[in-house]
Design a protein around this ligand. Structure first.
Ligand code: AMP
Length: 187
């Protein structure tokens, strides 16, 4: 089973992805984590992306799509993909469709965790203390939210037409969201 967790920064995608990894013996495909790893390693990619990430801007598609392609075509991860933070733009969604087609896989579920701006700000300010992420300060949060609204909203419209699209209230408690997801996937 392959699925997408979709929603604004701070919606709880990462938390639910970890639950699904355990439940389905799957792989979390977090482009944010992959990009942060590149920065930590101080790789060539890391050096290219550090500024955009700290400014709350998108990293360019070419870099992100390449990371995703490697994962989609990894035989060990096949049909166990839990996307968290990808796709984030219409062109990424189209890229993913084409990668899934050419690797003969499909997306079984798209879950949209819907959260309002005030909740996001409160959650990310808490996460900043726990995880010490350099892109979790208030200005960057607002920028990331704005980027989400402009660029990521069309992805929502793209998936909302699919019968396997489910919207979940992301302001619910973690366990309540988990229970809803579990009921939809029914395993
Ligand atoms: P996240 O951990 O998903 O909140 O992502 C943190 C940051 O990584 C974002 O603000 C972007 O700068 C970058 N990023 C993560 N995923 C993507 C993506 N799919 N496309 C472009 N940039 C991304």
């Amino acid at each position: 089973m392959n699925l997408i967790l979709f929603g604004p920064p701070g919606a709880g995608k990462g938390t639910q992805a970890k639950h699904l990894v355990n439940k389905l013996n799957g792989f979390q495909v977090s482009t944010g984590d992959m990009l942060r790893d590149e920065i930590k390693k101080d790789s060539e990619i890391g050096q290219k992306i550090i500024k955009d990430m700290n400014d709350g801007k998108f990293v360019n598609d070419e870099i992100v799509n390449k990371l995703i392609k490697n994962v989609v075509f990894d035989p060990q991860k096949r049909d166990k993909l839990i996307f968290d933070g990808y796709p984030r733009s219409l062109s990424q969604a189209q890229n993913l469709e084409s990668l899934m087609d050419s690797s003969k896989q499909k997306i079984d579920f798209v879950f949209f965790l819907n959260v309002n701006k005030d909740t996001i700000i409160k959650r990310i300010e808490k996460r900043k203390i726990l995880e010490k992420r350099s892109d979790d300060d208030l200005n960057t949060i607002l920028k990331r939210y704005e980027t989400y609204m402009v660029t990521t909203k069309p992805v929502l419209d793209f998936y909302a037409q699919n019968p396997n699209f489910y919207q979940i209230d992301g302001t619910l408690k973690i366990e309540e969201i988990t229970a809803k997801i579990d009921a939809f996937i029914n395993v």
